[in-house]
Design a protein around this ligand. Structure first.
Ligand code: C2E
Ligand code: MG
Ligand code: MG
Length: 569
């Protein structure tokens, strides 16, 4: 694999075989023509200029020599051997002519051949030096000069190649513990000798095949190494292999009279299970390795898990949410909901956020973070306030009787002034309570059913509707559904997706709808994308649909367009 990389780096254009053959044919043709021309009587006339045929012999012989030189230039070693054979092959003939036949005409030929031989030998020696130099450069490009291990570039090339061929492998990131201390207190020389010793121990393991897996060790930079492990059958195999590399560090290392005991941190990530591209693999195995360092436990080997990178991403998103709240730039889209006769029921308000660079951050990502860091009530609040204000105007301007649904998180719902907030919003927006709906996800009930039920009852008492969002994904216990004074059941998209794949999935959705109806709820299906789903939902008696098929989440401008269109009908 590494050899392939090297070949690629040092790759030169190979001259085509046809050229080789042509040069040899041309060489013979020029030689034969030379001997013929020498013997030819007569002359060529160019106007006043008269030239004997024999005078062209020099031109033809030069042509033959050019063929020889081109062979050496373009076909390297092979060309040189061919040229030698061709030139030396002529000597017996020239010598016979000269000595036995006393043909002095052969003397220039002998000299020409000798000079050409000297020329091609010089060319070849030069070329050989350049080739060796090029090879050394290519080797250096992929080899770490200190340890002679493959370097970061070679390691990346190897990984890219494995990914291209979809081969399962594990990338292990290794960092020597406290290496900076060693460098600082004992000097770079000792540090370097240590790295060389570690590298040679690891290379010996990789080459011995004792690990039972196929490993390549590289040095990435400083005290960072990496191992690419292939040909294993389980995670236990990976760990066993890494332990072998770890165990040789346990043996005493000596450098410049110092005796040192070294440890290292090993983090690994597997392709394609943990990551499917080069960058993520490096990031993830590094994250695992950093975690080993951070925790500083006696176990020095850790596999990547998503929690490791989430912390950093969470911080980044939290920062974005805070910024958006500060500048009041959280906004909303409205996704239409329809009955099965395609009549508009209303809209669901969905939170939207852009970061400082103007990139949209998906609510699937920022809502969970907002929940985790305690900002979700402020996000909900902003969407609630802005969406109701817009919606109130819409109802007034177009005399509509449709519903606005807003998502409210548990945290928000449980705030003691939540009812006051609803009061305030109803008042300022002018929306009548029956045109407002609060969506609560099913999982809320898991935490604090009784308290939640009380708040929900209070909301209902105001005349505001309640929807149970993402139904089916949480604690789908009928007993609590019974306790729950809701108006609408929202069947989660995952059930709608599966609905047409088997009869039992369809029956499942049909029973949710039936039970919902028995309990006095209306039922809406989320995430409807296909005509076939609409047909099935009609057949099994669903009340409403919300999905890309009839409407994506829309900006306020698009909502106005839609509503104007309806008013004109
Ligand atoms: P949700 O409340 O279940 O909202 C429906 C989600 O499904 C929306 O995703 C919507 O864009 C998406 N969706 C609707 N129809 C289709 C479809 O046909 N195909 C597909 N693939 N997707 C469809 P969105 O806007 O990304 O929101 C994700 C979730 O974030 C929401 O799920 C809700 O749980 C939460 N969320 C959104 N806005 C707010 C908010 O203001 N407050 C709170 N607490 N949560 C919110
Ligand atoms: Mg919702
Ligand atoms: Mg939902």
């Amino acid at each position: 694999m590494i050899e392939r990389t090297m070949k690629r780096i040092s790759a030169e254009q190979k001259a085509p075989w046809a050229g080789f053959v042509i040069l040899i044919v041309l060489y013979f043709a020029a030689n034969i023509a030379t001997t013929r021309v020498v013997r030819m009587q007569g002359q060529i006339n160019f106007g006043d200029l008269h030239m004997a045929y024999a005078q062209f012999a020099g031109v033809l012989s030069a042509l033959a020599n050019i063929c020889i030189i081109l062979l050496v230039v373009y076909y390297k070693r092979l060309g040189f051997i061919a040229a030698l054979v061709l030139l030396l092959g002529q000597f017996p003939m020239l010598i016979v002519n000269l000595i036995l036949r006393h043909n002095v005409n052969s003397i220039p030929g002998v000299f020409t051949n000798v000079f050409t031989l000297i020329a091609i030998a010089t060319l070849r020696i030069n070329e050989g030096m350049t080739e060796r130099f090029r090879k050394r450069m290519a080797e250096q490009a992929i080899t770490d000069t200190l340890t002679s291990l493959p370097n970061r570039f070679a390691c990346s090339e190897l990984i890219a190649d494995l990914i291209k061929h979809n081969t399962r492998f594990t990338l292990v990131s290794i960092d020597i513990n406290n290496f900076k201390n060693i460098n600082d207190t004992m000097g770079f020389d000792v540090g370097n000798k240590l790295l060389v010793e570690i590298a040679s121990r690891w290379k010996a393991i990789a080459d011995s095949g004792d690990t039972g897996t196929l490993d390549i060790v590289s040095r990435l930079s400083g005290d960072e190494f990496a191992i690419v492990i292939r040909d294993y059958s389980s995670t236990a195999d990976i760990v066993r292999t890494i332990e072998k590399y770890e165990s040789v560090l346990g043996e005493k290392l000596s450098a410049d009279g110092y005796e040192l005991y070294i440890t290292a941190s090993f983090g690994y990530a597997e392709y394609p299970t943990d990551a499917d591209n080069l960058d993520s693999l490096f990031t993830y195995s590094d994250a695992a390795m950093s975690e080993v360092k951070r925790v500083n436990s006696s176990n020095h080997i850790l596999r990547f898990n998503p929690e490791l990178v989430r912390t950093e991403r969470t911080l980044e998103i939290e920062h974005k949410i805070r910024k958006a709240l500060e500048s009041d730039t959280i906004f909303f889209n409205l996704q239409p909901q329809y009955d099965l006769a395609h009549k508009l029921r209303g809209f669901e308000a969905l939170a939207r956020m852009k970061d400082e660079e103007g990139n949209i951050v998906s609510p699937g990502e920022f809502i969970p973070v907002a929940e985790k860091v305690g900002l979700v009530d402020r996000v909900d609040g902003a969407v609630f306030r802005k969406a109701s204000e817009f919606f109130g105007g819409l109802l007034r301007d177009y005399g509509l009787d449709i519903t606005l649904s807003v998502n409210v998180s548990v945290r928000h719902l449980m705030k003691k002034d939540f009812l006051d907030e609803i009061h305030r919003i109803l008042e300022t927006s002018g929306i009548s309570p029956s045109n407002l709906e609060i969506e609560i996800t099913e999982s809320i009930m898991i935490d604090s059913v009784d308290k939640a039920v009380q708040v929900i009852k209070d909301i209902e008492a105001l005349g505001v509707k309640i929807a149970i969002d993402d139904f089916g994904t949480g604690y789908s216990s009928l007993s609590y559904l019974n306790k729950f004074p809701a108006d609408l059941l929202k069947i989660d998209k995952s059930f709608i997706d599966k609905m047409n794949s088997s009869d039992s999935s369809k029956q499942y959705v049909a029973s949710i709808i039936a039970i919902g109806h028995i309990m006095g709820f209306k039922v809406i299906s989320e995430g409807v994308e296909e005509d076939k789903q609409i047909d099935t939902l009609r057949e099994i008696g669903c009340d409403y649909v919300q999905g890309f098929i009839w409407g994506r989440p829309l900006s306020v401008e698009k909502v106005l367009e839609l509503v104007r269109g309806l008013a004109e009908q």
